[in-house]
Each structure stands twice: as structure tokens, then as C-alpha cells.
Unconditional design. Structure first.
Length: 394
């Protein structure tokens, strides 16, 4: 356990296995070895070990909670919810278990049940900023904006440095922001990964990757009647790989970058990427040593805000004549004039960009505009969300 707590996981694993050789039914060793496997990303092995620990000591709320956490990471959300509920029955006063239950229910899309779990966690531990933040997000999904704002303010009172709470509160109260916190975006998509494609494609009518592909083919000439072909493409904010799938046949090599490990795990299952990198886009430019002749950013800039670093990074890593294709959520130039900025954070927590802002940035960074066209990005609460597709050349 000392090795484990100090981060020396291989040494800890070796000793846990030695314990189990002498005492195969040792529930503590099974639990701890399961956690080591979980931390190493071996979720199936971890689930098996923790299931054995739970079987041998079914009255342990801790073992049930750890088992639930592994099932959640592995994507079996129904099993995770069941185990969290068992853990809660065993330790009804444990606010952390209630909060974990809320996160699993939220990932399943069971918003009302998640909000109830978060509310009970807050009642048990009102000074815990993260619980207040989770409750605020749940109330927002329920359409209870005033209660969401109140919970987010309580979260910031408890922890003024909780940047994701400040970001959501800024969006709800009409404040200005140029960039979301990385942990806000990471948590958003880690929680959403299991139902992301079904919700986006089936429920919201999302077709941006296919439309962006068509825009590139129309704007960039190929050989004869053939579509253009690129040597190396970079899929920025690749998520589960919807955009990579749309562009895979147009490129010899495809790299995906995203900051959500759960989304990248889904992308890896497609087996279409030559390389996947877990990293914020702004950080990627500092570690990347490659150059690309195609850059894709499908429905990504709504979670970036200020695009100056991104445009500069693309320009630095672009081959001569490289193509940069992306979508934006539309902020009309009149709205931008009223707001005083070409980038606006909406109540949804997403950023909208004005055509004038994109045009100015394109000119200042030396890109050439090949194509710009309107597109309904997806269905929103009040109807189609207006956006635009751009194809630029370096």
C-alpha cells in the first residue's frame, strides 16, 4: 500500500500478487490489485478482480464503490449505477457515493435521477464545491436556470478556484470569456462519451463531418474527377472519430487529438487513426513535431473560443498549400457589434464566432479563403443551430 500510495504501481502490484498467492481469497488484496489494474487502464481485468472482492466481502461499501467506478470507466454504466446504489445502501451517509451515482446517471442521460443524487450529496456535504457544481449542471439540464446559478455560486464560494464552475456561471449570466477551462471540456466529454454518437447523430441530426468533407472536395481540385488526396491529416478535437471516418479515405495518414480519454477510447475502436494523442489542442502545438497538409476541426471551435492560438498552430505545422477545414457556430456580425466582440460565449456553454472575426483572423495569419457556406449544425432546444463551414488554404 505504501508503494501504491506513492505511485509505484508495478511494485505494489507485485506484492499484491504475492499476497494472493498465499491467500487467494484476500478481499483487500483483490480490491487493491483491481485498483492498480484500473489505474493502468486494464479495466476488464480490474472489473474481474473487484467483482471477486465484492463477492468475498459483499458488505463493503468501499469495494462496491470501486467496482462501480471501474464499470463506469469501462462503459458499462448500468452495472456502475447498480453497484453505486448498493454502495449507497451500505453507506447511506457517504456523500461521495451519492455524487458518484449522480455522475453515472448523468452519463446515462437520466437527468432527473442524477439531479436527485447530486441534491442529496449537497445536503450531506454542502461545503463540497464539486457536488454543488454537479448539481448546478444537472439543474441547468432540467431547465431550472435560477437554481443552477445559485448552485454554481455556492460552488465558487466553497472553492473560488473552481474554474469550470466560473465558466458555466459566466455563460449563464452573460459574461465574456475567451477560452473554457480544460477540465470543463474533459469532464463534459468523458461523461458524454458513451452516448455521444447516438445523441448527436440520431437525436440531433448532426452531419457536420460529411458536409465538411463535401466542402473540401468541392473547394480543392483532385486529379481528374477524383477527390483530392492528402499525405497527412490532423483531426483536431477528434472525439469518437466521426470526422476521421468521413475523411479517412482522403488521406494516407490520420492523426487525432483530443483531451478526453473516454472519447479517444471510442475513437481507437474504429481503427482508422494512425496515431491518437490525448492532449488539449493548445498544448499539442507545443509538443508536435510533424507537418500536415490537411487540418480538420468539425464542431470543435465551439469549445475553443479564441482561435488565435489554433490558427497560429495550424500555420506553423502546415505544409505549403495545406488545407484547413472547420465549422463554427454563427454569431452574426450585427450581434458581434452589439456584444463588442467577434467571439461570444452562449448560455449553452458553447462559443459562437462572427464571420468578420474569421475573415480578420484568416487575413492576419496568411490563409486564403477557398470556401464559406452556411449549415445547420444540429438541432437545438429552439430549432436548428446556425453555423458555417470554412475551407482555407495555407
Amino acid at each position: 500500500m505504501q508503494h501504491h500510495q506513492a505511485g509505484r504501481h508495478k511494485a505494489a502490484e507485485r506484492i499484491y500478487r504475492q499476497v494472493l498467492e498465499r491467500d487467494p481469497g484476500n478481499a483487500n488484496a483483490l480490491n487493491l490489485l483491481g485498483l492498480v489494474a484500473h489505474q493502468a487502464g486494464r479495466h476488464a481485468e480490474a472489473a474481474g478482480l473487484l467483482a471477486q472482492a465484492v463477492t468475498r466481502q459483499p458488505g463493503s461499501a468501499l469495494f462496491q464503490r470501486n467496482y462501480a467506478s471501474v464499470q463506469q470507466a469501462a462503459g458499462d454504466l448500468a452495472a456502475a449505477v447498480a453497484a453505486y446504489r448498493t454502495a449507497h445502501r451500505l453507506a447511506p451517509d457517504d456523500a461521495g457515493i451519492l455524487n458518484d451515482l449522480g455522475t453515472a446517471l448523468n452519463a446515462l442521460g437520466q437527468v432527473d435521477e442524477a439531479a436527485d443524487a447530486f441534491a442529496r450529496a449537497v445536503a450531506a456535504a454542502p461545503a463540497e464545491a464539486l457536488f454543488q457544481y454537479n448539481l448546478g449542471n444537472a439543474r441547468l439540464k432540467q431547465g431550472r436556470k435560477d437554481e443552477a446559478i445559485a448552485a454554481l455560486r455556492r460552488a465558487l464560494t466553497a472553492d473560488p478556484e473552481l474554474a469550470r464552475a466560473r465558466h458555466v456561471l459566466t455563460a449563464l449570466t452573460g459574461g465574456a470569456s475567451q477560452r473554457p477551462p480544460d477540465d470543463y471540456v474533459r469532464a463534459l466529454f468523458d461523461d458524454y462519451a458513451q452516448r455521444f454518437e447516438h445523441d448527436l447523430v440520431e437525436n440531433l441530426g448532426y452531419r457536420v463531418p460529411e458536409a465538411l468533407r463535401a466542402a473540401v472536395i468541392e473547394a480543392v481540385p483532385g486529379a481528374g474527377d477524383a477527390a483530392p488526396h492528402f499525405h497527412s491529416a490532423l483531426d483536431l478535437g477528434c472525439g469518437t472519430g466521426l470526422s476521421g471516418a468521413a475523411f479517412r479515405d482522403l488521406t494516407s495518414r490520420l492523426t487525432g487529438v483530443d483531451l478526453s480519454p473516454q472519447m479517444l477510447a471510442k475513437a481507437a475502436q474504429r481503427r482508422i487513426y494512425d496515431d491518437l494523442v490525448t492532449c488539449p489542442i493548445a498544448e499539442y502545438w507545443r509538443v508536435c513535431r510533424d507537418r500536415f497538409d490537411l487540418f480538420i476541426a468539425a464542431d470543435v471551435f465551439i469549445y475553443v473560443g479564441d482561435l488565435r492560438v489554433t490558427f497560429a498552430g495550424v500555420g506553423k505545422h502546415a505544409t505549403e498549400g495545406a488545407v484547413f477545414a472547420f465549422s463554427t457556430e454563427l454569431l452574426t456580425d450585427d450581434e458581434a457589434a452589439d456584444f463588442g466582440s467577434g467571439v461570444r460565449l452562449r448560455e449553452s456553454g458553447r462559443y459562437a464566432h462572427a464571420p468578420g472575426y474569421i475573415a480578420d483572423l484568416t487575413q492576419r495569419t496568411g490563409f486564403e479563403l477557398l470556401s464559406r457556406r452556411p449549415l445547420a449544425l444540429r438541432q437545438g432546444e429552439t430549432g436548428p443551430v446556425a453555423g458555417e463551414l470554412y475551407v482555407l488554404r495555407a
